[in-house]
Design a protein around this ligand. Sequence first.
Ligand SMILES: Cc1ncc(COP(=O)(O)O)c(C=O)c1O
Length: 278
Amino acid sequence: MIVYYNGQLMLKSNVCISPDDRGFLFGDGTYEVVRVYQGELFHFDGHLTRLARSLREIQIQLDGLAFLNEVSQLLIKKNKLQDSDATLYIQITRGIAPRHHRFPERIDPTVYVTATASKRPLKELKEGVSVHLAPDRRWGRCDIKSIALLANVLASQEAADQGAYETIFIRDEVLTEGTHTNFCMIFDGIVQTHPANCNILDGITREVVLNLCHDLKIPVQEIPIPADRIHDADEAFILGSTTEIMPVIRIDKKQIGSGEPGLITRKLQKAFNREIEK
Ligand SMILES: Cc1ncc(COP(=O)(O)O)c(C=O)c1O
């Protein structure tokens, strides 16, 4: 597998990461996961804009991210993914320096990019999945796509242990988002989702879907949803670059709607598939 590491394309097995890299020592970095459909990057500009914002917020200086476009295209080609569905992973850390908490002076960020074949979760997209609820134990800047994901990892494992696909977090009695997805519920034909503030990551898929709702004249409310409203929900779904629009048919012991993917969710999935084919 060919990857990009600090200015070079090379075999993944030849990448040598320093133990002094601040990504390794502190989780001091940011990342993006971009979907590739049949060799084409999906909403890459949105990911670059968010990456630039994350870098700004954590004060990592890396001017001009446009080179990542070329790097991504090269990785798709070199790994023979032109006709495949794949996932592109970009990680940028503050760089290498002796271990001190404060920012070191004059270091170059570490940039690592991979492209890996990955199939769409078609069975789950059709049948829907169950999710699990758990307290949101993450930090107060969930709007930054930090590589420090321990709370997400633990909550994701909790879902797996319960036989669920994803964990949805509850903070201050409100449903925020999943460990790697945004969360929406539908009440009386209105799609509700948490506002894009510091308690969630403003997902690229979320943005695509809110635009689709606008086009399809499906009303949307970006408001905090109290956790006990799962009992009134007609439909629910989670959103993410690899998850797409995944119907949620059960939240812990509570069945959502008829226990099958709902009509509005299906309509949005169809529109999303058209967006992929564009
Ligand atoms: C916490 C969290 N929320 C939401 C998302 C969905 O974001 P996107 O649609 O940009 O993949 C992700 C993606 O990894 C995430 O980690």
